[in-house]
Structure formats: structure tokens, C-alpha cells
Design a protein around this ligand. Structure first.
Ligand SMILES: Nc1ncnc2c1ncn2[C@@H]1O[C@H](COP(=O)(O)OP(=O)(O)OP(=O)(O)O)[C@@H](O)[C@H]1O
Ligand SMILES: [Mg+2]
Length: 266
């Protein structure tokens, strides 16, 4: 087993990144894959969604960036393995593992200001997890900072949820520009696929944006389209994922199809 690391990123907020991380992880888990979701957003939305409330969780991904060994710039793999063992939870019934976030992640740019190799910390720390999982999904923050850079450096591939409205295309452009800058410094360029989300076929604006995406970047677009479904909000209010809250819903079926597509491709 060598985990594929997927960054789920878009510099526009509220496009379905967290929903995709959790729903896709559950769907991959149902297919028998070993999956880890990591909450890398200081707003801790994925953590709150799964009831890992900030302030009540003793170990979070923040520890990875602030551990003393790493600060001494001599991190050794067993130390990271020990840290991850404390951070990673196996929630009952969800079918995937979860690493919660902390609000202190918001201070990371300042915390790491003078730290050499600060963009590579997460990537280094993941080495010891790669043989434990088939997929590691990174739920990224919407703003550009050291946290997003760490996620992009660690990722083998990006999934970019695009809310099918006009402004979302702007978010995609921002992210592509960021990836272009980063690719100049990466040993291998980072590839991405866009995932249309919150699609409503009755809304003209939605179909227009989907046509645009199909014309401009059909080779970089998932075949699966995630439609609008109120069951996502219901699942979140229940502290679970859509495949548990409403297994036959369109939303659950869409992420099942995405999991199929991903398992075929990677
Ligand atoms: N396909 C969908 N249909 C209906 N509602 C959805 C869908 N996908 C996500 N939502 C809802 O939209 C809201 C925003 O989604 P989500 O939190 O996944 O976005 P995000 O990109 O992670 O946001 P942020 O940038 O703030 O982290 C949530 O309330 C979620 O339940
Ligand atoms: Mg989010």
C-alpha cells in the first residue's frame, strides 16, 4: 500500500471542499479502501462536523508543525509516527480515519516565520503514513498561506471542487496561478482535476458554467458532477456523512460515483 495524497483545494470559500473530503472518504471506505482525512483548516469545519470540537481535542495536526524535534530541524520518522498515532482518530461507523484541526493553525504563518524548510513539514511527516492508507485526503483552507503551501507540497494530486456559479471560475483561476508558481519549485508539477459541485440543472447560470468548464478544460474535469442536495446539510447537523444519514440520496450516490472514478484512475 502506498497512499495517494489528494489535496482538496480551492481559494474560494464555501464551494464544497469539506463536504467532498468527508463524503468521498466515506464512499472510498465503503469500497474497502483505507482512508485518512486531515482537517487543515483553522476554521475546523470538518472537525466540528464530526464533533471534534476545537479546544476539547488534545492532539491535532497543529502538533505536527510545532513538535520540538521538527523545530530542531532534525525530525526523524518514528517521532512523526508517534505524533500521528496520538492525533489520528478512528470514528465509529464512518469507515475512515480522521485527524482534527486546531484554531491555532491560524497563527502558523507567524509561528513558522523563521523556520527553514517550512513548506515541506507536512510532506515529510506523511512519509510514515503512506504504507498505512490507500488515500489521504487533505481538507485545505481557502486562503493562501503556509498551511495551503504545505498541503500543495504534500499532495500528489489536487481535487478542485468548483461550485457551478460564475464567481467560482475566478477561484479556480486563483488556484491555478498558485499551483503554477509552486510548480516552479516542486520536483514534479502538481496536477489537478476540477469537480463541479452544487450543480442545479434547472438554473441557467449552472449549466452555463458547466458548458464553460467542459469547453475550456474537459481533460481536467471529473466525469462525476455533484448536484445540489439538502441532505448534505442534514448530515452535517447530525455529525455524520451523507452516506450514513441518507444512503440512497442523490448526493450520496454522486460521491459513490466519484469514488468509483477515482479508484479507476488512481
Ligand atoms: N452538493 C451540495 N448541495 C447542497 N449543499 C452543499 C453541497 N455541498 C456542500 N453543501 C453545503 O454548502 C456549505 C459549504 O460547503 P463546504 O463547507 O463543504 O465548503 P468549503 O469549500 O469547505 O467551505 P470553506 O471554504 O469555508 O472551508 C455547507 O453548508 C455544505 O453542507
Ligand atoms: Mg471547508
Amino acid at each position: 500500500m502506498t497512499a495517494k495524497v489528494f489535496g482538496i483545494a480551492n481559494q474560494k470559500g464555501g464551494v464544497g471542499k469539506t463536504t467532498t473530503a468527508l463524503s468521498l472518504a466515506a464512499a472510498l471506505g465503503e469500497k474497502g479502501r483505507k482512508v485518512l482525512v486531515m482537517d487543515l483548516d483553522p476554521h475546523c469545519c470538518a472537525s466540528v462536523h464530526l464533533r471534534y470540537y476545537p479546544g476539547t481535542v488534545s492532539h491535532t495536526v497543529y502538533d505536527i508543525f510545532m513538535n520540538e524535534e521538527a523545530l530542531a530541524d532534525t525530525p526523524s520518522l518514528p517521532d512523526y509516527a508517534q505524533l500521528w498515532n496520538r492525533i489520528i482518530n478512528t470514528p465509529e461507523d464512518l469507515g475512515f480515519d480522521f485527524a482534527p484541526a486546531a484554531v491555532q493553525l491560524a497563527d502558523l504563518d507567524g509561528d513558522l516565520k523563521n523556520r527553514p524548510g517550512k513548506g515541506n513539514i507536512l510532506n515529510q511527516s506523511l512519509e510514515c503514513l503512506r504504507d498505512r492508507y490507500d488515500y489521504i485526503l487533505l481538507d485545505c483552507p481557502p486562503h493562501l498561506g503556509i498551511l495551503l503551501v504545505n498541503a500543495l507540497v504534500a499532495a500528489d494530486m489536487l481535487i478542485v471542487p468548483i461550485q457551478t456559479d460564475f464567481l467560482a471560475v475566478h477561484g479556480l483561476k486563483l488556484l491555478i496561478d498558485t499551483v503554477k508558481i509552486l510548480n516552479k519549485a516542486l520536483p514534479e508539477p502538481l496536477d489537478f482535476r476540477a469537480l463541479p459541485t452544487m450543480y442545479d440543472k434547472r438554473a441557467k447560470a449552472c449549466t452555463k458554467v458547466l458548458d464553460l468548464l467542459n469547453n475550456k478544460m474537459s481533460d481536467r474535469l471529473f466525469e462525476t458532477i455533484i448536484g445540489m442536495d439538502t441532505k448534505f446539510r442534514e448530515a452535517s447537523a447530525m455529525g455524520t456523512v451523507i452516506s450514513k444519514a441518507a444512503p440512497t440520496s442523490r448526493g450520496a450516490q454522486a460521491y459513490k460515483a466519484l469514488a468509483e472514478e477515482i479508484c479507476t484512475l488512481w
